[in-house]
Design a protein around this ligand. Structure first.
Ligand code: UD1
Ligand code: PEP
Length: 418
């Protein structure tokens, strides 16, 4: 099995190109199922999760063309199956996002339940309730969500709690429903805005994406079109934290500073100097040790759960004590024990982790447990004395494109072995 080996101690310097966002491209690939013509996607990151989604679309019968720059064109006019199998869905939660599009387009869909994952249970009751509000009949049998509707009907739906995935499923389904759908307490993530932009390019009528109230005027059909995927704010944040931890000076290129206020504010609080200029963010730490920061994860625009592990790594070597509250997932502290193996001082009590910064970490073999946990271990390895070997890096390949090449380009001593 492949591993990543990091030798700590180099302050990162230089420029890094940011890829398209995993959490935007996955729902957008699912949305292509709604269109009556080819949909051309650019700025698609080359990630394992993208490969899995493409495989799923292929299994459903969609025509797929991939160009030399990893632009993907999906032609869903040849789709002949409305069943998403367990084999593909189990490896990736985002597969449940074919439910809304298949149901809206074909009047029926069967999608395997995604099941839990390392960071906590991943229920889909909110997805189901939302689609039921649009008139779908849904049962859960033999591990499958089975949905049926002659034609979905627009309705007002108020989400009990903010859910990114459920907002996406209902938004996609509503584009082809009869009449107006109002989604209240909608998720406001930049990836929802990007999905709405793509749907609009295909002829959907949507207002309010990015606010907590989205209004969709259903249309009879969506046509083909083109969309450029939004840059990955979590990948951007991960590189900026890496630079801050190593006392470095880097520029992230091809990103969107306006999508990451909470993260940039925390970096400033940690002592980083930041300069945002168009699609570039420059961070200068000037060799200083970061200050520990307190934060609580919550839906956008608050601090993202997908940056929790990386900032936890920063707190490990910062001056002072940082208190971290995780409110989205019940089990998203899997990286704590691994960081402790590198010499970190962290106490967990329920949803709260108290991190006392130490002067230095020391390299050791560690195990990646999920995607962002893997990233946090690389970041810790970048500042640890000696060699850190990270096992089970397939998690990393789900969500970071060429992370070791990109970090090497910034001067890090990092390599993949095995
Ligand atoms: C609000 C939030 O930060 N969502 C994150 C969540 O999105 P993802 O779409 O996976 O999860 P949701 O936004 O749906 O989950 C938000 C909360 O709602 C609960 N829930 C969700 C669906 C459902 O049917 N029933 C239910 O109870 C979840 O357990 C969770 O506590 O994970 C992604 C991957 O890490 C992140 O990119 C998203 O930012
Ligand atoms: C956990 C993540 O992704 P997923 O919801 O696809 O598991 C993530 O992006 O951090």
């Amino acid at each position: 099995m492949q591993k990543i080996v990091v030798e700590g101690g180099v302050p990162l310097k230089g420029e890094v190109q940011i890829s398209g966002a995993k959490n935007a491209v996955l729902p957008i690939l699912c949305a292509t199922l709604l269109a009556d013509g080819p949909v051309e996607l650019s700025n698609v990151p080359h990630l394992h999760d993208v490969v899995t989604t493409v495989k799923l679309l292929g299994e459903l019968g969609a025509g797929l063309t991939i160009d030399e720059r990893y632009g993907i064109t999906v032609d869903a006019t040849t789709v002949h199956s409305q069943v998403a199998s367990y084999e593909l869905v189990k490896t990736m939660r985002a597969s449940v996002l074919v439910l809304g599009p298949l149901l809206a387009k074909y009047g029926h869909a069967e999608v395997s339940l995604p099941g839990g994952c390392a960071i906590g249970s991943r229920p889909v009751d909110l997805h189901i309730k939302g689609l039921q509000s649009l008139g779908a009949h849904i049962t859960v049998e033999n591990g499958f969500i089975k949905a049926r509707a002659d034609r979905l009907k627009g309705a007002r739906h108020v989400f009990d709690i903010v859910s990114v995935g459920a907002t996406e499923n209902v938004l996609m389904a509503a584009t082809l429903a009869e009449g107006t759908t109002v989604i209240e307490n909608a998720a406001m993530e930049p990836e929802i805005v990007d999905l709405a932009e793509c749907l609009k390019a295909l002829g959907a009528r949507i207002e309010g994406a990015g606010s907590n109230r989205i209004v969709v005027e259903g249309v009879d059909r969506l046509h083909g079109g083109a969309h450029h995927v939004v840059p990955d704010r979590i990948e951007t944040g991960t590189f900026l934290v890496a630079a801050a931890m190593t006392g470095g000076h880097i520029t992230a290129r091809g990103t969107r500073p306006d999508t990451m206020d909470a993260v940039l504010d925390k970096l400033k609080e940690a002592g980083a100097e930041l300069d945002c200029d168009g699609d570039r963010i420059t961070l200068d730490m000037g060799g200083r040790r970061p200050r520990a920061v307190n934060f609580t994860t919550a839906p956008h625009p608050a601090f993202p759960t997908d940056m929790q592990a990386q900032f936890m790594a920063l707190n490990c070597i910062a001056s002072g004590v940082g208190v971290v509250n995780e409110t989205i997932f019940e089990n998203r502290f899997m990286h704590v024990n691994e960081l402790v193996r590198l010499g970190a001082d962290i106490r967990v009590d329920g949803h709260t982790a108290v991190v006392r910064g130490v002067e230095r970490l020391s390299g050791a073999p560690v195990m990646a447990t999920d995607l962002r946990a893997s990233a946090s271990l690389i970041l810790a390895g970048l500042v640890a004395q000696g060699e850190t070997t990270i096992d089970r890096i397939y998690h990393l390949d789900r969500g970071y494109e060429n992370i070791e090449e990109k970090l090497s380009g910034l001067g890090a001593r990092i390599r993949r072995v095995g």
